[in-house]
Ligand binder design. Structure first.
Ligand SMILES: [Zn+2]
Length: 438
């Protein structure tokens, strides 16, 4: 998940989901029921927490995830999965073939940690100076390994194949594209792909919506003949901002800590994270070949408005008296945006609502600003769904704002993730009532 800047953010939840653990009996005839998945998940939970803490203590930056990759490969082989490496960076592909023919579903987790000079607040703190799992990808790895193991226990009953994509280099936006460019799915093409990001929602919550999960991020570059004073630049910034800015009255979608707020957060139909355009408050300024270059990021929820923004900015520059100084206005960075397949999202919401034994599944009504995920590259090729998973628990003092120095995750989110998404994949694949015959 790539944020703009996450410092100075603190989240206080007005409420936190209580966790309700439902005990259940497991028997052969119930092997694929939510009860069975819950029980299998609970049996793995301590092991998954240990894996997560080991990875958390040994974080590796994008492109350097060799230890993480080796750890994952060893666990997958132990479960009996086919393991492929070497397609791109330190990515690992685990293939679980069910006992019966069927479709192919992919589950993606990302591996990399972040640079940062701060003290890790976790007891099992990073042993790699200046590197931290401050975006929660260690949690994603534990969840994916948990799903793989739950499904591996039922493989002979499963229809189809599950491909686990442990992708390197998400933070640099290189890994997903790299895997696709190297033909990771050329011989085994998934019909669907799923992925999750733990974030600043109460633990127990899974949040998803069809179409965009994030606002469209664009970097705008304005080039002028180098003849603007500092005061002119400040005034021009204000003029562009007041022309472009759009938001519901009183809403503050740039305050991303509000994303979890039950009244104005993404799970409220009256969310502040709907229909807005926000932008950096100041422009980055530099001189290049005697030209003045002004650059800033903007976040727009409505794709159809993106094209008109450039000419709006040109008009503001004209009206500000700089028409003859203007050289060009353009987008210099246009990242893809995570875009959920509508019918798969509806299926996921229905299935998770039925099978989720802890916490709640909530539809999102708005799009998160600032964040994004290169999972979008997979969705360009394969219909898929990307979920937000709650990782915060104010009662435990765990405040999960990704990339912030005080970022921490409630490990119960691993249990919620494994239970919920194992059930979802089983529902997508279908299950036989008998094992494969030899
Ligand atoms: Zn992330």
């Amino acid at each position: 998940m790539k944020p703009r800047t996450m410092k100075r953010l603190l989240i206080i939840f007005s409420s936190v989901c209580g966790l309700l653990l439902v005990g259940c009996q497991y028997n052969q005839s119930q092997r694929t029921s939510p009860d069975a998945v819950d029980l299998q998940t609970d049996g793995l939970f301590e092991k998954l927490v240990a894996v997560r803490r080991d990875i958390h203590q040994h974080p590796e930056l994008a492109g350097e995830e060799s230890r993480t990759s080796a750890t994952i490969s060893a666990h997958l082989r132990e479960m009996g999965l086919e393991v492929q490496t070497g397609q791109f960076g330190h990515s690992v592909i685990g293939i679980l073939r069910g006992g019966h023919p069927g479709k192919t579903v992919a589950w993606r987790a990302d591996l990399d940690a972040l640079p940062g000079e701060f003290r890790d607040p976790a007891l099992f703190r990073s042993q790699n100076p200046g590197v931290h799992h401050a975006c929660g990808h260690d949690i994603h790895i534990a969840i994916a390994l948990g799903i793989a193991e739950v499904l591996a226990k039922q493989r002979q009953f499963l229809h189809g194949t599950v491909v686990f994509v442990f992708q390197s280099e998400e933070e640099t936006f290189k890994g997903a594209k790299g895997l696709i460019d190297r033909g990771v799915f050329s011989s085994l093409i998934p019909d669907e792909i799923y992925g999750v990001h733990v974030t600043a929602l109460p633990v127990g919550q899974i949040v998803v919506k069809p179409n965009e999960m994030f606002a469209y991020q664009r970097r705008v570059s304005i080039r002028l003949k180098n003849a603007l004073s500092k005061a002119d630049i400040v005034q021009l910034t204000k003029n562009v901002n007041s022309e472009l800015f759009r938001s519901r009255a009183g809403a503050k979608p740039w305050e991303i800590q509000n994303i979890a707020d039950p009244v104005i957060g993404v799970t409220s139909p009256n969310t502040a994270f709907q229909d807005y355009l926000i932008m950096d408050a100041t422009f980055d300024t530099r001189t290049e070949n005697d030209e003045l270059v002004l650059e800033f990021y903007l976040y727009e929820t409505n794709a159809s408005k993106l094209e008109g923004i450039i000419s709006s900015i040109e008009r503001v520059i004209d009206a500000s008296g700089h028409k003859r100084k203007l050289i060009s206005v353009s987008y210099v960075q246009k990242n893809l945006t995570v875009f959920n397949d509508a019918s798969l999202t509806r299926f996921a919401l229905r299935t998770l609502e039925r099978s989720n034994r802890v916490g709640t599944v909530k539809p999102a009504f708005g799009q998160a600003p600032f964040f994004n995920d290169d999972f979008a590259y997979f969705q360009q090729k394969i219909p898929g769904v990307y979920f937000f998973l709650g990782g915060s628990n104010a009662e435990k003092g765990l405040i999960a704002m990704n990339h912030a120095p005080d970022f921490q995750v409630d490990e119960e989110s691993i249990r919620v993730g494994v239970r919920s998404f194992s059930s979802l994949i089983i529902a997508r694949l279908g299950i036989a009532d008998h094992a494969e015959r030899d």
